[in-house]
Design a protein around this ligand. Structure first.
Ligand SMILES: C=C(O[C@@H]1C=C(C(=O)O)C=C[C@H]1O)C(=O)O
Length: 273
């Protein structure tokens, strides 16, 4: 059986996936929003995917991480946004509308508001209407991915970037997504996974080597120019190095402190050796 790989259906994942087939990956690719991929991964319906760092933490005994790969930012990320006209401390006890696509960012919002902005209660709810309509009315909304990027470009204020808030509070990068592998897949099919790891690294290197060509080869949405797409990718960090790991550990430790995780996870990597 070939590997079943989850694919986040946002522009942020293009640098991982665009050249993957050309690097020889012949397995299955399943697209979805992070919350959907998290659930599929937890149930073993896919073998690995780039998905919420929070999903790794809450089920870490079932998972390993691919080394050196993430979706992170040092400061503003531009696609994880809290739309609000209020001061952050005024969000205490308020309902914040969310899309249900996220696991990491919703818990990041809770951690930021409770730890650094004096909020005690943070209520997030998925509304019956599109969150964009709530933004238009000036309500409080957390959005991620392309919808956030689009709404952020269309607004002229009243928006907080969670990557930036984290950076200001901690001086560390924030790791939104990790490449998470089911542990039994790593144990039972290490050769296939090692081959995938090489294909992924090569696909990303070739994408990052020429972001302008990448932007011209993909279907750019009509609300984004190729230059804006390149600038968006340039703001992100797709690495997972020492600073990223420090940021990740800080996030997990704050999630634990605020009762969002039952324990602090161990961070364990797949090793091809
Ligand atoms: C930077 C982003 O990070 C994402 C946020 C995630 C989450 O909140 O669970 C999961 C995967 C990433 O796609 C984004 O969505 O734009």
């Amino acid at each position: 059986m070939s590997l079943r790989v989850g694919h986040i259906c946002y522009l942020n994942s293009i640098p991982f996936f665009h050249h993957l087939r050309r690097q020889g990956f012949a397995g299955e690719i399943v697209s979805g929003v992070p919350a959907h991929l998290n659930a599929m991964l937890a149930r073993g319906e896919i073998d690995l995917c780039p998905s919420s760092s929070f999903e790794y933490a809450r089920n870490w005994r079932d998972y390993l991480l691919l080394p050196e790969q993430s979706i992170s930012s040092f400061g503003p990320v531009r696609s994880v946004l809290l739309f609000s006209r209020k001061k952050l401390s005024e969000l205490d006890g308020q309902v914040i509308a969310v899309t249900g696509e996220s696991a990491t960012s919703i818990n990041l919002l809770k951690v930021l508001l409770r730890e650094f902005h004096g909020c005690r209660e943070v209520c997030c709810r998925v509304p019956d209407e599109p969150v964009e309509a709530i933004v238009e009315r000036g309500g409080d909304v957390l959005m991620i991915g392309d919808r956030a990027l689009k709404a952020g470009l269309a607004t002229d204020g009243g928006v907080y970037d969670l990557g930036q808030l984290w950076w200001e509070a901690t001086g560390l990068p924030f790791v939104f997504a990790l490449w998470i592998v089911r542990r039994e897949v790593a144990e039972e099919r290490p050769g296939e996974l090692a081959a995938f790891n090489c294909q992924l690294a090569a696909a990303r290197t070739s994408a990052e080597g020429d972001l302008h060509s990448l932007a011209s080869e993909v279907a750019c949405p009509d609300w984004l120019t190729e230059e804006e797409l390149v600038a968006y990718w340039q703001r992100m960090s797709f690495d997972l190095a020492g600073d990223h790991l420090r940021g990740l550990e800080r996030y997990f430790s704050l999630c634990h402190r605020h009762g969002l995780l039952a324990e602090e996870p161990g961070i364990a990597f797949f090793s091809a050796a």
